[in-house]
Design a protein around this ligand. Structure first.
Ligand SMILES: Cc1ncc(COP(=O)(O)O)c(C=O)c1O
Length: 403
């Protein structure tokens, strides 16, 4: 097997080349090893592989060459020493907590994190003696005030979903480290094509590879990237507990990574064009997009996200009452013909959703209001269609609303 040396390559080159190990057949595209187990030359080799004395594959719950290639490529893109792939993004988050925390320890998490992560931290982990304080403001002081002597992890997503609040990774890394805690950043929305949290001081990066890393809505996957001393602990949990990525999904994600940079640039450019157009529409009260000069953390976002806003934006439709705003949102969504009404993001196909009745539907109206999720809020995960077709699609519903 010949190994490609990735040292000194730029992001785009690493995205198509890093981690590839060719077999004796000299395949150009990465091989997909659909095998659950591996054959040993003799009993002594089996024993040496099991004990870890000899490196190599044993069983696909532990390692598989296709998964290893995907891990090495993503680690190279995040600038991480190592990466562990998982079955889903949620498996990455759960595995990190299970590997690094014990009963009696504490998490400080932004309130603006994915709903299932909130459920895991708020409702499931307390049963195992791990408590979470949710920080409602995006300020560094808010996070500092929530720290306890037992805090082990500070957990954020930036930009947040669906309101695109931007968190200062470098400042929060300093806050976490001052308390002896680790900063964990869910980098799902920016991906390493726009934002590399480890370079800004974060300790671990989490991915739902289901989103932009695959980029075409085909498979589920996840990953944890960071220093090997930390990912090794995640790996030990994974090989025992089993939320491992399938080789097929790893192969699909691997091929997705090859186009990550061009997709993120194109989708961000379309999102900016759409955000600017939406901001000029009289029926729209407010647009949430880090690439707009009107965004409260625009300067931070441009610094932290390689000058691009990402592909996710939201907008508030006007409405005389919450009921009227909700009816307006439904009308705009139901009038689309190009956009998909679906619950995902990070796909080449643009997706439109109504957060108040879907992702945030289980919250009370008061909780929703506190989170800033109004009934007129519409979220767009911008894909690769021509932006003018998406504008026409939104115009169909918007133009028939009273402004
Ligand atoms: C920011 C973020 N993190 C994690 C997840 C969970 O990922 P998965 O669905 O792959 O488990 C999601 C899913 O939407 C997400 O949006």
């Amino acid at each position: 097997m010949s190994k490609v040396d990735a040292s000194g390559w730029s992001f785009e080159t690493l995205a198509v080349r890093a981690g590839q190990e060719r077999s004796q057949f000299g395949e150009h595209s990465e091989a997909l090893y659909l095998t659950s187990s591996f054959v040993f030359e003799n009993a002594a080799q089996a024993a040496a592989r099991f004990s870890g004395e000899e490196p190599g594959n044993v069983y696909a719950r532990f390692t598989n060459p296709t998964v290893t290639t995907m891990q090495e490529r993503l680690a190279a893109l995040e600038g991480a020493e190592a990466c562990v792939a998982t079955a889903t993004g949620m498996a990455a988050i759960l595995s990190t907590v299970m590997a690094l925390m014990k009963s009696g320890e504490h998490i400080v998490a932004s309130r603006s994190i994915f709903g299932a992560t909130q459920q895991l931290f708020g409702n499931i982990l307390p049963r195992f003696g791990v408590d979470t304080s949710f920080v409602d403001t995006g300020t560094v002081e808010g996070f500092r005030a929530a720290l306890r002597p037992t805090t082990r992890l500070v957990f954020i997503e930036t930009p947040s979903n669906p309101l695109t609040e931007v968190f200062d990774i470098a400042a929060l890394a300093a806050v976490a480290h001052s308390a002896g805690a680790l900063l964990v950043v869910d980098n799902c929305f920016c991906t390493p094509a726009l934002q590399r949290p480890l370079e800004l001081g974060a300790d671990l990066v989490i991915h739902s590879a289901t989103k932009y890393l695959d980029g075409q809505g085909r498979v589920l996957g996840g990953a944890v990237c960071g220093a090997r001393a930390l990912t090794e602990e995640v790996f030990k949990f994974l090989r025992t507990a089993g939320p491992t990525l399938s080789p097929f999904n790893a192969w699909v994600i691997l091929k997705g990574l090859e186009t990550l940079s061009v997709r993120m640039k194109a989708q961000s450019a379309s999102a900016l064009q759409l955000a600017q157009w939406l901001e000029a529409q009289p029926q729209v009260a407010r647009v949430y997009y880090p690439g707009l000069a009107s965004h409260p953390q625009h300067a931070l976002a441009m610094r932290q996200q390689s000058g691009l806003g990402g592909a996710l934006l939201s907008f508030d439709l006007r409405g005389a009452s919450p009921e009227a705003a909700r009816a307006n949102a439904s009308h705009v969504i139901d009038s689309t013909r190009v956009l998909s009404i679906a619950t995902n993001l990070g796909d080449t196909k643009s997706i439109v959703t109504h957060p108040a009745t879907t992702s945030h539907g289980r919250l009370s109206e008061d909780q929703r209001r506190a989170a800033g999720i109004g009934q007129g809020l519409v979220r767009l995960a911008v894909g690769l269609e021509h932006p003018l077709d998406v504008i026409d699609d939104l115009k169909r519903g918007l133009s028939t609303l009273a402004s």
